[in-house]
Design a protein around this ligand. Structure first.
Ligand code: GTP
Ligand code: MG
Length: 308
């Protein structure tokens, strides 16, 4: 390393906030070049703050993925998710407010976000995602016009998480707002979450993919045992035992499926992805249990890992 390179180093925290489903997690994964946060076409997929650490020459950006902000959460879990997103605004260097290029009116959730952003003194970027879906190039300016006066963003960046368009520009602009300071994390670390969390999230993502209506929202996954082959020499695979909690018997029946077909499919998809991520064979054991009203109970939420 050159003599002055460490003093030139820039690093900082950047949070992505926005209403559910605008592509916050997709954007962070695209920037990272690997999937860390789970994604689905259903709103309210992300439930926790997840730090994703982007390290490049002379710079480290700690991106904070957050749950989609809602004006009116419907239960204690929803309140926890909103708290997670709002808390992410504290102590960061840049806030990326993510909206969609196709937005033609401001919904209640976005109005609530705008009110929250008005109170922050942190630089706000307006990140207009999904420009790949626009029929006419440049028509993202309609969306910009909607938000610009309300948010007074320092920067406006139209992007696409799917095609990767302008992500390099977004990174360049973020870097110019970061303080000169040493890296915040070791350079080989990509997230603050451990393997148990990633395993639970991967299973939850497959449930979001394969089930509909209330079912994915009634689900939480608890990884009860996670053993590497070094810890478990009689097995050659990473051994993961997880319980899928639902709120009602009917939801349990759907998750299991006829003859256990659905649960096998959830397990297969989750196992294949975890094997790819870990570069190791995985033995995944899944159980399904009913825990009535867990989303409404403070005690249950804490027990199931939703702690502020
Ligand atoms: N066409 C297109 N689709 C996108 C883009 N970015 C995200 N999506 C899709 O939008 C949906 C939501 O993406 P997520 O990344 O889960 O959105 P999110 O904002 O993290 O959602 P929550 O966690 O629920 O708040 C998924 O179906 C993505 O594939 C994009 O740039 N273009
Ligand atoms: Mg998300």
């Amino acid at each position: 390393m050159e003599a002055n390179s460490l003093s030139d180093f820039r690093s900082g925290f950047v949070t992505l906030v926005g209403r559910p489903n605008v592509g916050k997690s997709s954007l962070i994964n695209a920037i990272m070049g690997e999937k860390i946060s789970i994604i689905s076409d259903k709103p309210q997929t992300t439930r926790h703050q997840i730090r994703c650490i982007y390290s490049a020459e002379g710079v480290q950006i700690v991106f904070v993925d957050t749950p989609g902000l809602l004006r009116r959460p419907r239960h204690r879990l929803g309140e926890f998710m909103v708290d997670e997103a709002v808390r992410s605004l504290e102590g960061v260097d840049v806030v990326c407010y993510v909206v969609e290029a196709g937005d033609r009116e401001i919904c209640g959730d976005d109005m609530a976000i705008v009110e929250i952003l008005k109170k922050t003194s942190t630089p706000v970027f307006l990140v207009v995602n999904k420009i790949d879906l626009l029929q006419k190039k440049g028509s993202f300016w309609h969306a910009v016009a909607l938000y610009q006066d309300l948010v007074k963003p320092k920067e406006i960046v139209p992007v696409s998480a799917v095609t990767g368009t302008n992500l390099d520009i977004l990174i360049e602009k973020i870097i110019s707002y970061l303080p000169q300071q040493p890296p915040l994390y070791p350079e080989d670390i990509v997230t603050d979450k451990d393997e148990r969390f990633i395993a639970a999230e991967t299973i939850r993502e497959k449930i979001f993919l394969l089930t509909g209506e209330e079912v994915p929202y009634s689900v939480t996954v608890d990884v009860e045992e996670y053993k590497t082959p070094e810890e478990y020499p009689d097995r050659k695979a990473v051994y993961i035992r997880a319980t899928i909690y639902v709120e009602r018997d009917g939801q349990k029946a759907i998750i299991i499926g006829s003859g256990g077909k659905m649960l096998r499919e959830i397990g297969r998809l989750a196992r294949e992805e975890l094997e790819f991520k870990l570069g190791h064979k995985v033995y995944l054991e899944l159980w399904v249990k009913v825990r009535p009203h867990w989303r409404k109970s403070e005690r249950e939420l804490r027990r199931l890992g939703y702690r502020a």
